[in-house]
Design a protein around this ligand. Sequence first.
Ligand code: 5GP
Length: 173
Amino acid sequence: MFQPGKGRVQISEAQIAERIRALGAAIRQDYAGQEPHLVCVLNGAFIFMADLVRAIDLPLTLDFLAVSSYGNAEKSSGEVELIKDLRLPIAGRQVIIVEDIVDTGITLNYLLRLLEARQPASLRVAALLSKPSRRQVEVPIHYLGFEIEDAFVYGYGLDRAQRDRNLPFITSQ
Ligand code: 5GP
């Protein structure tokens, strides 16, 4: 359960940019000679996705899906619903799921199962943020921006009751 004021997180625009450069370089190295297919999980990952793809110096394709998560409440219902599916097939592709934040792991676990069933050649995860202390389901994160404490964060694509996605930094207050 989310507890307001429990922790404090501040990640600056410069820190985010530096970390994304490193993630882009790692992906470039790991997928050299291939053409990865990046899947953005809307809405929260849209800014991370936009910056990450520009940090990957490789030919790539991308697509979007949307799942329901917290809505306007700052807690997880434990249920995931696919609101918008991918436009493109992923069978035989080198797929990287791009998520904003992994909290309980329920959403990512659902997505991994959903996409694995479509038989991609490989399936990895890039997540900007992770709250390991909140995990209920163990999920792999191959490319992680920042590990954070248990605090509700917003900004840089993540919302606070649908607002504040346009903040260029991440904050918990
Ligand atoms: P999980 O299924 O891992 O519990 O939650 C994943 C989703 O919950 C994220 O994609 C995100 O939409 C939302 N979420 C989890 N923690 C936070 C948070 O601290 N701030 C915001 N804005 N969303 C969060």
